[in-house]
Design a protein around this ligand. Structure first.
Ligand code: UT7
Length: 313
């Protein structure tokens, strides 16, 4: 994908995490595992599971959170994209449900879901920014939302300890001034069923791990190359939160201080397409420096898909 600069403004971010916490100790009661194994292999301590709420319920709560923070006039919204692999139904899309739950059914809004596994939020941001840039759209909700607990096989200890539920959202507008934003998204389609979902999640963890190391490194290098920026220009990296060891390895290999990666995997586990969106919202809420910053988002997932974005907030 070629160098892209977009005139998009990040108005606000939001997130929603279901209340119910599942600790590693809770999982010990369901699966043949241990807190020690999970934490040392992944960095995960807790994850949250939905109790009855579906993906659109989580999605609309993250969207409402972003809308409320900006006290935003929702009559301007004309695009809703939800990145997810756990939609409420095969059809209609989660984005349609979000439109309805926001009371916007009579408003002209393009609504659709996008499935690019855990890279979904980066893909969705890329797509939304191109649509806003076309000037046919003015205001977009871009959401990553998952209820993965409904597709977890608790007989499979290789996958059941890794995932959690949650949602994150960004509210974007097109503007006239040039605000740098760069996107790189790609995929290496494969038929080996290394990571796939039918009724439940299946994964060859070791193969995904190996793929992830190369993909994250490549995506970071590519987006920096395309933007002609260096890591010195980046204030914080917001990575997909799948395994802390993947991030530590990439940090070591690219000689990046681990403190430059925003991490919250210990609290939420892997929330797939929601993970970068939740981390972005949390970073923005907790950062001390409220001046303009350059952030690098990077993710990878089933497909295999991977990608990165450099945004200005
Ligand atoms: O979002 C994108 C999707 N997913 C990922 O990014 C995941 C990428 N992969 C990983 O994060 C890691 O490969 C895992 C965390 C999934 C697994 O870590 P690992 O160090 O690659 O472990 P392993 O699969 O090689 O398993 C090592 C041992 C095995 O036992 P033996 O064969 O050595 O006796 C497993 O059976 O650990 C065992 N094991 C467990 N033990 C306790 C696997 N899962 C568990 C478990 N609790 N939950």
């Amino acid at each position: 994908m070629k160098k892209l600069m977009n005139n998009i403004k990040f108005i606000s971010t939001g997130s929603y995490i279901p209340e119910k916490i599942m600790t590693n100790f809770d999982l010990e009661k369901l699966v043949d595992t241990s807190d020690e194994w999970i934490y040392s292999r992944t960095g995960i301590k807790n994850r949250h599971f939905s109790t009855g709420e579906n993906t659109s319920d989580l999605a609309v709560k993250a969207a409402q959170n972003a809308i409320d923070k900006a006290n935003y006039d929702i009559s301007k919204i004309d695009l809703i994209i939800v990145a997810t692999f756990t939609p409420d139904l095969m059809s209609p899309s989660v984005a349609n449900f979000v439109q309805a739950k926001l009371g916007l059914s009579k408003q002209d809004i393009t609504c659709f879901d996008l499935n690019a596994g855990c890279t979904g939020f980066i893909y969705a941001l890329n797509v939304a920014s191109q649509m806003l840039k076309s000037e046919k759209y003015q205001s977009a909700l871009v959401i990553g939302a998952e209820v993965i607990s409904k597709v977890i096989d608790f007989n499979d200890r290789n996958t059941s300890v890794l995932f959690g539920d949650g949602s994150g959202c960004v509210l974007l507008e097109n503007i006239e001034e040039i605000v740098p934003a760069y996107f790189y998204s790609t995929s290496e389609g494969e038929l080996n069923k290394t990571l796939y979902v039918d009724n439940v999640v299946h994964m060859d963890g070791k193969k995904v791990y190996q793929f992830a190391l190369g993909a994250v490194e490549k995506a970071i290098k590519k987006v920096l190359e395309d933007s002609q920026l260096t890591l010195m220009d980046v204030d914080m990296i917001i990575p997909h939160q799948a395994n802390i060891r993947i991030i530590q390895s990439v940090a070591k290999s690219l000689k990046i201080d681990l403190n430059k990666f925003f991490l919250n995997i210990d609290k939420y586990g892997n929330t797939s397409a929601a993970s970068i969106a939740i981390a972005l919202d949390e970073y923005i809420e907790t950062r001390k420096n409220k001046t303009q910053e350059t952030l690098l988002l990077v993710g990878f997932g089933s497909g295999f898909t991977y990608g990165a974005a450099i945004i200005t907030i």
